[in-house]
Ligand binder design. Structure first.
Ligand SMILES: C[S@@+](CC[C@H](N)C(=O)[O-])C[C@H]1O[C@@H](n2cnc3c(N)ncnc32)[C@H](O)[C@@H]1O
Length: 212
């Protein structure tokens, strides 16, 4: 699935989360499970050349894609590393993941690891779906190839369990009918063409935590 399409339909939850943090120039960030690097590039635009974005992914192909997407941003460093083994050369202001925990073996282990790279007062932001709460023509969606397709429903307690203080949490779901990015995204995700049926994509749960 093209990352740009995911970025397009889920751009609002990302924008809302970043606004709530007050992220700005000079911030140090890590985008864990960065994939094609859409979020890393969005972060790089905000933090500027005085900031730093570590784009971390266990798949070396993702590192190459993220590095290519961020070629114009010297502040982005693409790294091949498993989230479970996350180690950075410095503590960061923001540890971020989106559509990652649904794929890992143990989401709690990954969140705990992300918390270890935060400076005191630094933010942990996780954005994960509740896939089965998506609807096509009123019927639930499923995504059998993901390990934890509904991990978003557990996200507040998972972030709490990582030892950070939850400062905000909410869910947002893109919706639409007929041709457009929501329909295109559904087709790329499931192979389903909804025709004229209304589509509500899986709600993305965002949890913002802060290291005490
Ligand atoms: C669905 S993509 C999400 C990409 C990006 N975060 C986004 O929202 O567009 C999931 C990414 O997580 C990576 N991934 C899966 N398991 C991982 C792990 N244990 N450690 C690091 N990355 C992992 C995959 O290689 C893939 O690039």
């Amino acid at each position: 699935m093209p990352d740009a399409l995911r970025d397009d339909v889920y751009r609002r939850p990302l924008a809302t989360a970043l606004q709530r943090l007050g992220i700005g120039p000079g911030w140090r960030c890590v985008d864990v499970g960065a994939g094609g690097g859409d979020v890393s590039v969005a972060l790089a635009e905000i933090v500027g050349r005085d900031g730093r974005v570590y784009a971390v992914d266990s798949d070396p192909r993702a590192r190459d894609e993220a590095a290519a997407a961020a070629a114009a941003f010297s502040q982005v460093l693409a790294i091949t590393q498993a989230a479970e083994d996350l180690v950075l050369p410095e503590l960061v202001d923001l540890a971020f993941c989106r559509f990652l925990l649904m794929h890992v073996i143990d989401p709690a282990t990954v969140l705990a690891r992300m918390a270890t790279v935060l400076r005191p007062g630094g933010f942990l932001v996780a954005q994960e779906p509740i896939t089965s709460a998506g609807r096509v023509g009123g019927a639930p969606l499923s995504m059998p190839d993901a390990r934890h397709p509904d991990v978003g429903a557990l996200l507040p307690s998972l972030v709490d369990g990582a030892g950070v203080e939850i400062v905000d949490a909410w869910a947002e779901a893109p919706a639409g009918v007929g041709p457009g990015p929501v329909t295109d995204y559904l087709a790329s995700l499931t192979g389903v063409d909804p025709g004229d049926d209304p589509v509500v994509l899986p709600p993305l749960v965002t949890v913002v935590g802060r290291r005490r």
